[in-house]
Design a protein around this ligand. Structure first.
Ligand code: F6R
Length: 608
């Protein structure tokens, strides 16, 4: 998730841009850059790494004189973190400069077209397409060029733009990526988020989808995608700065849970084209996919739990045998890897020491490797033969939520693709499967909107000593993640069990009132898990069931039921995990734990 700041006014722009960008550092970034109009030209300075490097390079902005500018912190998506890929990006004549947050989904197509018209690209970014496309449509009227590109560009974007011919204006436009306008006393600002402008003003306009803002040093005008002027209301911000960095949420974890619908969309949408799944980055021919003899999924923690789910999905849909390993085990167990095996390493950070070592182990043995990674340019992304990125943006809370959800989606996409290529699903079935995938974001939104109900339930369990999570099949995989979420952020002892395994030992731990969360989303296993629930309740357990809408049978067996919407049986994890995340979160809040930074844990585990 990149950060955007823009300024036009009476003061020097560069120090204001740097200050504003520093307030967006929480969003995560790996390079930064600013562009300032110096009275003659638009000058750009960029630096890889911390914002401090850019500040030092420009003597806190003093070397970039001018009262109009835009700035950017980049979280790499298309192309590794580098000076060339850092924003702002110019058109060829350096008369238009652009900063961008979001993902241009059709950038490859646009890039190819522009290249045939003689445009030369310097970076690997999707953003540079916007600069050249603006150039292509620009005939002296910036607003006209902007509305034209809005009809051509697909995906999500928040853009800050300066035209050298119109240096008395800064342009801003958004679709599905946040952007606000601040109305200050000695100038106006744009930013990805409120904290960046709070030092200068509390009067803010929220730009909505497909709206354009045109800022001069005194005025702000708003336009729709047809270039017609629209009226907007100014909001006065009364939050403190810390709350503002979390977008008004109490914790990053809550904010990130709420970002899940968007994360799922961003991971999914660019890979569904004209009704079929296109995973260009996989770089495997149909023949190679058909030849895969076995998949090994290797990961740690929550990413491992994604692997456990994926095993059911790959085996069920694509009929490919799957082994799932904890990376710390895989690397030392001398695994047997067939020559046509595919090793998939799943990692949010791309830097987890054990996962990286497992990847290297697989490579030494000469098998094909694929990384499912969130951080672009990270070690696993660089070293895996192929990399499929999850577009979750930076995750700040130590306990993963949105990256986990994005990883699930990546594995579903692969499984459906493999199933299709190997003839395990019919073409007509694929349409239904894709529809179910595309419904997930709004279904997640709906589940998140029931947070109060789960909060009330969670408040009853803040003093719990032990909690158990049970399920069968995919529901067992969901239970593992539900259990990890609870223990890591609330410090309550918790275990996940395959529901049928309880009676082989663990059931002796059940006492009067012990909470057991039973996940029951696999229709063919309803009856089996319900009989486990009955066993548990007869020993005093209080059973919370998470099940599909329509499973009324369970109401007789469980004490409390949370329903999730209907989806494909292989995708239920993406929905059932939402109430479990919310439950853990509210138990942790209720206990007064440090939700975002639980004790003894680090976000990226770079040691063995
Ligand atoms: C739990 C959690 C961890 C990570 C694990 C792997 O909430 O976040 O269990 O999933 O440390 O990290 P990555 O995905 O960065 O390899």
């Amino acid at each position: 998730m990149c950060g955007i700041v823009g300024y036009i006014g009476e003061s020097q722009a560069a120090p204001i841009l740097l200050e504003g960008l520093s307030k967006l550092e929480y969003r995560g970034y790996d390079s930064a850059g600013i562009a300032v109009y110096d009275g003659e030209n638009i000058k750009v300075q960029k630096a890889v790494g911390r914002l401090k490097v850019l500040s030092e390079m420009t003597h806190d902005g003093a070397t970039m004189q001018g009262v109009v500018g835009i700035g950017h912190t980049r979280w790499a998506t298309h192309g590794a973190p580098s000076n060339t890929n850092a924003h702002p990006h110019y058109n060829q004549a350096e008369t238009i400069v652009v900063v961008h947050n979001g993902i241009i989904e059709n950038y490859m197509k646009l890039r190819k077209r522009l290249e045939t018209k003689g445009y030369q690209f310097l970076s690997e970014t999707d953003t540079e397409v916007v600069a050249h496309l603006l150039d292509y449509y620009y005939k002296g009227e910036p607003l006209e060029a902007i509305t034209k590109i809005m009809h051509r560009v697909e995906g999500s974007y928040a853009l800050g733009i300066i035209f050298k011919d119109h240096p008395e204006q800064v342009y801003a436009v958004r679709k599905d990526s946040p952007l606000i306008v601040g109305h200050g006393k000695d100038g106006n600002l744009i930013a990805s988020d409120v904290p960046a402008v709070l030092k200068y003003t509390r009067n803010v306009y929220f730009i909505l989808n497909e709206e354009i803002a045109v800022l001069t040093k005194e005025t702000i005008g708003f336009y729709n995608v047809d270039g017609e002027e629209i009226q907007k209301e100014c909001t006065t911000i009364d939050w403190d700065i810390n709350a503002a960095e979390k977008g008004g949420y109490e914790h990053f974890m809550l904010k990130e849970m709420y970002e899940q619908p968007q994360t799922v969309r961003d991971t999914l949408n660019p890979r569904i084209k004209e009704g079929s799944i296109v995973i260009e980055e996989l770089g495997m021919s149909d023949e190679e996919i058909q030849k895969i003899s076995k998949i090994h999924i290797v990961a740690c923690g929550s990413a491992y739990h994604v692997g456990v789910t994926a095993k059911y999905v790959f085996e069920g849909m694509a009929r490919i045998p799957v082994e799932v390993d904890l990376a710390s085990e895989f690397r030392y167990r001398n695994p047997i890897l067939e020559k046509d095996a595919l090793v998939i390493i799943i990692s949010q950070s791309g830097e987890t020491a054990d996962s990286l070592a497992a990847l290297r182990e697989a490579k030494i043995r000469g098998v094909k490797t694929l990384g499912i990674v969130n951080v672009v340019g990270s070690s696993i992304a660089r070293e895996a033969d192929k990399v499929m990125y999850t577009w979750a943006g930076p995750e700040i809370a130590v306990a993963t939520t949105k990256a986990y959800s994005a990883q699930l989606i990546a594995t579903y996409l692969l499984a459906v693709k493999f199933a299709q290529v190997r003839g395990e699903v019919l073409e007509e079935e694929v349409t239904g499967i894709l529809k179910d995938l595309q419904k997930l974001p709004e279904q997640i939104e709906m589940l998140l909107s029931h947070k109060e109900k789960i909060q009330r339930f969670a408040n009853r369990y803040i003093a719990a000593k032990d909690v158990f999570f049970v399920g069968r099949g995919i529901d067992y995989a969901i239970s593992m993640e539900g259990s990890l979420k609870l223990k890591e952020i609330s410090y309550i002892h918790s275990e996940a069990y395959a529901a049928g395994e309880l009676k082989h030992g663990t059931i002796s731990l059940i006492e009067e009132g012990t909470l057991v969360a039973a996940v029951v989303t696999q229709e063919d296993l309803y009856k089996k898990t319900i009989s486990n629930i009955v066993e548990l309740r007869s020993r005093g357990a209080f059973v919370l069931a998470v099940t599909n809408t329509g499973n009324t049978e369970i109401q007789k067996a469980a004490d409390y039921v949370i329903y999730i919407p209907q989806t494909n049986r292989y995708f239920t994890n993406s929905l059932a995990i939402i109430p479990l995340q919310l439950f853990s979160y509210y138990v942790s809040v209720g206990k007064g734990c440090d939700v975002d930074k639980p004790r003894n844990l680090a976000k990226s585990v770079t040691v063995e």
